[in-house]
Design a binder for this molecule. Structure first.
Ligand SMILES: [Zn+2]
Length: 382
């Protein structure tokens, strides 16, 4: 079966994937889930479309050259972009991470440049599509992808189709309400899953507790880590798997930039008493080491994720829920409470037919998902 899959994937047409991130843009030539080449660029300080788009076009050409391919051999270009966007017209609106972008007709601009089919889709949807076609979701017709990293996003596949809603906004799973008396989320809603369980908010809760004077033990732990890290170049102590961009962000550095500055000022001899800011990874490590505040924050996030998963099970009755993103790499500490909430609360029938698994595509999910758009829209069996 697996050999058949591989043989079939050898027959797939070449595609170009573009993963449009806030700080980094990746391009690749792919055949199915296989990256034949990849070329990345940093958005830099001036990401205005007029300046950035020509650089992306060049990156695509470089990726083609590196793969030894020509445009004529490519079935299309798939672009994974931050929302909000209109997947039907390929216009992206004002993504918070790309300053100066306002109603950019990405699909038409790329089509004018390359004269091959171009599809644009929300990046969480494409990641879900990638897992559906080539990752943990293969063979499932009803599937939910939930990515928990700095934010929380979702991609829902129903009967083999991406669930779009009336204007492509379906699947904002990070913004389902978990605590309706909770805190205000960035999106404007209250008590969203993201506002409780994203990496950013796990860190925020820890830092708020520290500022309120409740985090002495966590601070001591963080300081010890900081001292340790200044002598150890590789700071990745926890095993990482599926290190997508957000995972790298979560795992590559124990401390936030302000921590680095603090470390610098210590060695420079000038002591400014700036509070130490911890990130989600420090909180996770502290929780593993038994620091009560950290354990409580992770436990709370885990239960919120569990409640979110129950909601997903009840709304979509999926066969499989795929968890991606750095926060989900925390392991049993996070997953056991979440799965227990499912056992305790979800309805029997949908609960017994769902599997909750880890994502498989790792760091390349953005590019594989973007490329998958071509197979998806052209009905090419993978
Ligand atoms: Zn929200």
């Amino acid at each position: 079966m697996q050999n058949e899959d591989i043989n079939m994937q050898d027959q797939l047409p070449l595609v170009v994937g573009v993963d449009l991130g806030g700080t980094q843009i990746r391009t690749a030539v792919l055949r199915g889930p296989t990256l034949l080449s990849r070329v990345g660029l940093l958005t830099g300080e001036n990401p205005l479309p007029d300046r950035l788009l020509p650089r992306i076009y060049i990156a695509i050409q470089e990726a083609l050259d590196k793969a030894g391919a020509t445009l004529e051999q490519v079935a299309g270009i798939g672009i994974a972009a931050p929302g909000p966007l209109d997947y039907r017209t390929g216009v992206i609106f004002t993504p918070p991470n790309l300053a100066g972008w306002d109603r950019v007709p990405l699909r038409d601009l790329f089509t004018e440049q390359f004269h091959i089919p171009v599809f644009v889709e929300n990046d969480a949807h494409t990641a879900g599509l990638g897992e559906y076609m080539f990752g943990a979701g293969r063979g499932a017709n009803n599937m939910v992808y939930l990515t928990i990293s700095t934010g929380i996003g979702g991609g829902v596949i129903i009967d083999g189709k991406i669930l779009e809603g009336v204007n492509g906004s379906a699947g904002e799973l990070g913004h389902m309400t978990i605590d309706w008396h909770g805190e205000r989320c960035n999106c404007g809603n209250i008590g969203c899953l993201e506002s409780i369980a994203s990496g950013t908010n796990i860190a925020r809760k820890a830092n708020e507790a520290i500022q309120a004077g409740e985090g002495i033990e966590l601070l001591t732990f963080a300081r010890t880590m900081l001292e340790h890290s200044s002598t150890v170049p590789d700071r990745s102590a926890l095993p990482t798997q599926g290190d997508d961009a957000s995972t790298v962000e979560l795992h590559s550095s124990i401390f936030t930039r302000r921590d680095e500055l603090k470390a610098g000022s210590q060695t420079g001899g000038e002591q400014q008493e700036e509070p130490l800011h911890v990130n989600a990874r420090t909180v996770a490590l502290a929780a593993e080491a038994g620091v009560p505040l950290a354990r409580a924050i992770i436990q709370n996030a885990a239960e919120a994720i569990g409640v979110g998963l129950v909601n997903i099970i009840h709304c979509f009755n999926p066969e499989i829920i795929i968890l991606g993103g750095g926060v989900t790499q925390m392991g049993p500490m996070l997953m056991e409470p979440a799965l227990r909430v499912i056992q305790e609360r979800a309805m029997k029938l949908p609960r017994e037919s769902v599997r909750v698994v880890q994502a498989q595509l790792g760091a390349s999910v953005g590019l594989i998902g973007a490329g998958s758009l071509i197979y998806y829209h052209k009905n090419i069996k993978v």
